[in-house]
Design a protein. Sequence first.
Length: 104
Amino acid sequence: MYAIIETGGFQFKVEPGSKLNVPRIASAEGDSLKLEKVLLFGDGDDVEVGTPLVTGASVEAEVLEHGRGKKITVYKRKRRKGYERTQGHRQDYTRIEIKSISRG
């Protein structure tokens, strides 16, 4: 059994027991979440595609931790103009564990 969900503007394929990093969710560590933006639900050969969402389907997840990703460096330069800018960025994330997927 698997599903494709949307959270934070990204789409993720999830299965029960899987752990993944998603963009920061405003929940405390240890809280349980109910993600209802399910775009696709699959159970063996039976696949249901939403238009745009699968009605009644939801995914139960638990927040494991909050963190920050690896630092990336943004560098801008224009040739022959003496223009250089360097900027760093670290993206916030929430690590969740998928507990169950229900069709509803």
